[in-house]
Design a binder for this molecule. Structure first.
Ligand code: SF4
Length: 92
């Protein structure tokens, strides 16, 4: 039942975006939180924050900045570190 409600919320979110009711600003909030590896921000932007938190809490990563998917090979963390060290702004 719960999974069906979550699926319907996802479908409604996408449908509302297709109809122009919103422009996906929650996706931008999530993307920015993901870029910062801001887990609290990602929970806040999730369709079901409690489930997102429970899944992460059930199997915490060795490095708390990353997740268990890539662990120490976290591409987001590696790129952020590289950008912090880069002498030039790659977006110029
Ligand atoms: S570990 Fe992998 S899946 Fe997890 S945040 Fe980093 S890049 Fe993304």
């Amino acid at each position: 039942m719960k999974e069906g409600l979550i699926a319907s919320r996802i479908g409604a979110y996408v449908g509302d975006m297709a109809k122009g009711i919103h422009n996906g600003e929650l996706d931008l909030v999530m993307a920015n939180a993901r870029k910062k590896l801001d887990w609290e921000g990602q929970y806040a932007a999730a369709i079901c924050p409690a489930d997102a938190r429970a899944i992460r809490d059930a199997k915490p990563p060795e490095d708390p900045d990353t997740c268990t998917m890539c662990g120490s090979y976290c591409a987001v963390k590696l790129v952020n570190e590289w950008l912090d060290d880069a002498s030039q702004d790659v977006f110029d």
